[in-house]
Design a binder for this molecule. Structure first.
Ligand code: HEM
Length: 173
């Protein structure tokens, strides 16, 4: 909070770095609406709530956090946070994420209009990460015409080919 308050003292709300303009549609606080759908061949379908913060401090990158909760008990579940970078003067995007499951990953892809498609480029994990291990991840983010943000995540594990794991829409709060 100390360093962030220094930023806000200097300039009320830092101006969005022009490099990040193509991703400005992702900025804001978002809440799942309706709850997200989790699927995978090895598990029974489940639902989850998720709160998302996507912000910036004027640097040529976005900061993000995704925090999932159990829809009934509200117990915290999956959490991840990181940064989104754009290669200046291109539509090439890098998505860097640390997850509470012990996974750290880099995804790369492209933004086209209000749609971002990315795929894992490298994945690292703690030595005692739960099995099966994820081998590949793809995500799509899209701002829909009704102003809702949508995320779809697919993954391949050591036991299953690329299959959808998550689908969720968020409304801005
Ligand atoms: C299971 C990966 C996000 C909820 C799993 C499994 C993997 C995985 C590898 C085990 C699959 C199997 O047993 O065959 C990921 C990755 C994510 C992600 C890479 C993000 C990129 C989430 C989110 C939720 C979630 C946001 C929301 C609550 C679950 C649940 C299970 C599961 C409930 C089954 C129980 C368990 O193994 O803990 N996930 N997951 N996951 N995931 Fe995710």
């Amino acid at each position: 909070p100390y360093l962030n308050s220094l930023i806000s003292q200097d300039c009320e709300t830092p101006q969005l770095n022009p490099v990040m303009e193509p991703l400005s549609w992702m900025l804001g606080t978002w809440l799942s609406d309706p709850p997200g759908d989790g699927t995978f061949p090895t598990m029974k379908p489940f639902q989850y709530l998720e709160e998302v913060h996507i912000s910036h401090v004027g640097q040529p990158m976005l900061n993000f956090s995704f925090n999932a909760f159990h829809p009934d008990t509200r117990k915290p579940m999956h959490r991840e946070c990181g940064f989104i970078r754009l290669k200046p003067d291109t539509n090439k995007v890098a998505f860097i994420s640390a997850q509470n499951t012990g996974l750290v990953e880099v995804e790369e892809g492209e933004v086209n209009g209000q749609e971002l498609s990315i795929a894992s480029h490298s994945i690292a994990r703690i030595s005692f990460a739960k099995k099966p291990h994820v081998e590949q991840i793809t995500r799509k983010f899209r701002l829909n015409s009704d102003g809702k943000l949508e995320q779809t995540v697919s993954m391949a594990t050591t036991t299953q080919p690329m299959t959808q794991h998550l689908h969720i829409t968020y409304k801005k709060v």
